[in-house]
Design a protein around this ligand. Structure first.
Ligand code: ADP
Length: 271
């Protein structure tokens, strides 16, 4: 073979090194842009409830406090804004804890049927107010998967909460499980406004909402689905959405199945 040209080799080395550095720089620039955008987004989201509460409190101080009906009304509105602020900060903390890995996952055998029953109990009142029926469809009494109970509780809570929020009055929110050999797919479906195809891919982004003002009015932080995405990431899974505008949506995610053995033992807990 031809003798090596040392100069050429060195040149190639330099080029590939420069290329590598450029990639690193691009990556850092992207991170920096992301960070800046995130801070801008968060500041904007924080400002909204602060601005509202501030307005009510100042109007009270300017004299409205002397009128008893106005006073109660404005205090209630200020309280609602502050509750929203509290929820937002809580969701931001959850998201940041998951992202920085401060939350250790505790994997164990968990029963999704029981979890769903517990979550439905918590939402009974909210569902009743809209006359929405909550049901678990055609499922065995025990649906065992290997997952972090607390985190999957959060995933299901966010999805069920959204399903109720976006359902029409008199509608139905159903949870069902597709059980296959190795996995279990959980489906949460609603009979609500649905999500247009162009929005479906984006709703998992932080602060992305199809209808900003309506979402805020309904008490949303815009972080619910971003949290769902991150938690499922930690389970090597992801949420899928199928939706027909005007009819409803189904959100689904897959988790590894644990088969119950005779005597109530389970495969993963056996050893
Ligand atoms: P939010 O706090 O606004 O509910 P989420 O991250 O939970 O934030 O959801 C993002 C957006 O996705 C919502 O604002 C809404 O537009 C849309 N969305 C979520 N779940 C549903 C659903 N079940 N039906 C219709 N739209 C939904």
């Amino acid at each position: 073979s031809a003798p090596l040209n040392p100069l050429r080799t060195i040149n190639e080395e330099i080029y590939s090194f420069a290329e590598l550095k450029q990639k690193e720089i691009d990556e850092l620039k992207k991170l920096e842009a992301f960070r800046r955008e995130f801070i801008a987004d968060v500041s904007h989201e924080l400002k909204t409830p602060i601005f509202a509460a501030q307005g009510f409190v100042h109007t009270l101080l300017d004299g409205a406090v002397n009128d008893k009906t106005v006073r109660t009304k404005f205090l209630k509105k200020a309280a609602k804004s502050l509750d929203g602020l509290d929820m937002l900060v809580q969701d931001l903390l959850t998201l940041s804890h998951i992202e920085t890995g401060q939350i250790k996952m505790h994997f164990e055998n968990i029963d999704l049927y029981k979890l769903t029953e517990e979550i439905f109990e918590q939402f009974e009142e909210k569902a009743d107010r809209k006359e929405i029926k909550l049901s678990i469809e055609g499922s065995p009494r025990k649906v065992l998967v290997y997952a972090d109970w607390q985190r999957i509780n959060q995933v299901m809570t966010n999805l069920v909460s959204n399903a109720i929020k976006h359902s029409f009055d008199g509608g139905e929110v159903k949870v069902s499980f597709d059980i296959s050999k190795k996995n279990i797919v959980t489906n949460i479906s609603d009979t609500g406004e649905g999500i247009a195809p162009e929005h479906q891919a984006r709703i998992f982004e932080r602060f992305y909402r199809v209808d900003k003002s309506r979402s805020r009015e309904k008490g949303g932080t815009g972080l619910g689905l971003a949290i769902v995405k991150h938690i499922l990431d930690g389970h090597n899974s992801k949420a899928e959405v199928e939706s027909t505008p005007g009819k409803g949506s189904t959100f689904s995610f897959k988790l590894p199945r644990v088969k119950p053995l005779e005597g109530g033992e389970t495969e993963a807990s056996k050893n």
